[in-house]
Design a protein around this ligand. Structure first.
Ligand code: OGA
Ligand code: MN
Length: 308
């Protein structure tokens, strides 16, 4: 039996039915899911009952999962380790987090438009977020299509962006939100990295913007000019016509392409309602500059050599 695919627009966001992700997938069924992923960028799988192992097994069909967490587990223990990012509002003991907890301050950054792990030299291909328990009001996840946003840019802007590289760092997005206290160990592990501002998706050959609130500078521009251009592109991308708002139902899995979408969580009463979400993040095959065949910025290479 084949899966059903119901898309929201002709090429962005689709709901996938008639598939049970808790079981090993027939290769032909997985091939259909993969094609849908390349076409629609965001896939919704309602009504899935998954253990952590089953969630991970499905996610890893797309590639290897990231296993190093951004916050040092020694400084901030979490319910999960290894391949799982805890996107809930629960502390390590499973109770709702405290108002001033470090996890809460850090995760407030998920309210900003971003794409997961663009601040890592090896960025992410996709994220697979599973919602076990959802909240009655708010707590949606919004997705913006960076391919459509690129297509809609004026020709002179497309020309200006050709070959440009931005610098992404987790500290840039967290600073926008007032979280500035990374430990020395966290800072050492997460130095700023270059990523293309525009990338080409190998499967569809479509071009996409690749911006996020993790981007803070553009190589070869002054800090002010670079930040202004990044903010302009983010503002362009999050216009209503490029955005889908996902209203969660319990036991739903959402898979998105981090190469060509941005997302953000919307507010909810996180000190009152439990929102239990877990995420597996799959690595891309290479840094976006390497994939585009664009040399790494000389400034970045010199910095690497100093550290080594
Ligand atoms: C994520 C994320 C937003 C949300 O899981 O990567 O940013 O809605 N989630 O919780
Ligand atoms: Mn995210």
């Amino acid at each position: 039996m084949s899966i059903t695919i119901s898309s929201i627009t002709p090429d962005f966001v689709a709901e996938i039915g008639d598939v049970d992700l808790s079981k090993p997938l027939d290769p032909a069924v997985f091939a259909e899911i993969k094609q849908a992923f390349y076409k629609y960028s965001v896939l919704i799988f309602p009504g899935q009952d998954l253990t952590l192992e089953q969630h991970l097994a499905f996610s890893e069909l797309f590639g290897p999962a990231e296993r190093e967490r951004t916050l040092d587990p020694k400084a901030t223990p979490s319910r999960f380790n290894g391949a799982f990012a805890d996107i809930s509002n629960l502390a390590a003991d499973g109770k709702i987090w405290g108002e001033t907890s470090r996890q809460r301050m850090y995760k407030a950054g998920n309210r900003l438009w971003h794409t997961d792990s663009s601040f890592k030299y090896l960025p992410s291909l996709c994220s697979c977020l599973y919602g076990r328990t959802v909240v009655p009001v708010g707590g949606h996840t919004e997705f913006a299509d960076q391919r459509a946003a690129y297509d809609a840019l004026p020709a002179d802007m497309k020309k200006k962006l050709e070959g440009l590289t931005a610098e992404h760092c987790i500290a840039y997005s967290r600073r926008r939100n007032g979280f500035a206290e990374f430990t020395e160990e966290e800072q050492r592990r997460l130095p700023p990295v270059p990523q293309m501002l525009v990338r080409t998706l190998p499967e569809s050959k479509r071009k996409s913007l690749f911006v996020a609130s993790h981007a803070g500078r553009i190589f070869g521009m002054s800090d002010a000019e670079g930040l202004a251009l990044i903010d302009q592109l983010v503002t362009h991308t999050i216009q209503r016509q490029f955005v889908y708002t996902h209203r969660w139902r319990p036991n739903e899995l959402v898979l998105w392409d981090n190469r060509c979408t941005m997302h953000r969580g919307t507010a909810y009463d996180d000190l009152r309602h439990v929102r239990d979400m877990r995420r597996v993040t799959i690595s891309d095959v290479a840094n976006s500059c390497e994939q585009e065949g664009v040399p790494l910025p000389a400034e970045f290479v010199a910095r690497q050599q100093r550290v080594a």
